[in-house]
Design a protein around this ligand. Structure first.
Ligand SMILES: [Zn+2]
Length: 124
């Protein structure tokens, strides 16, 4: 890892529903968002973001397929067995690669204790 994650970031592991796809990452859940764009609404995603260096697929790379739509800037990665999207690949405006992690696919997260911020992706 080239960058040290911020002090508020925690290490997590996560998986798709069937468990074929496994990943680990370092995230700050206080930055979690619920976006109102068409795909986040349809999937019920809660997203949190990690630098690409702080995210790693540890199993099931061959079970992943990618869905892109609209401007095709975000690669929505889903498990070809169970259909769950554990994460998406994207870029910041400056070109920095990031992982958008589906907080619902993380292990050991109390979703009821989270207060994700609304994000107006529909108008973005
Ligand atoms: Zn799966």
């Amino acid at each position: 890892m080239s960058d040290t994650p911020p002090a508020t970031a925690r290490a997590f592991t996560g998986a798709c529903h069937c468990g074929a796809v496994q990943f680990e990452c370092s995230l700050d859940l206080s930055g979690a968002i619920v976006c109102n764009c068409s795909i986040c609404s349809a999937k019920g995603l809660i997203m949190a973001f990690a630098p690409a260096e702080a995210f790693r697929v540890t199993a099931g790379e061959d079970h992943l397929n990618e869905y892109r739509f609209n401007r095709h800037v975000i690669g929505h990665m889903f498990c070809t067995t169970c259909g769950v999207e554990p994460f998406a690949k994207g870029e910041m405006p400056d070109g920095t690669k990031i992982a958008a992690v589906n907080v619902r696919s993380l292990k050991g997260v109390d979703l009821a204790a989270l207060t994700p911020a609304p994000y107006d992706g529909r108008s973005a």
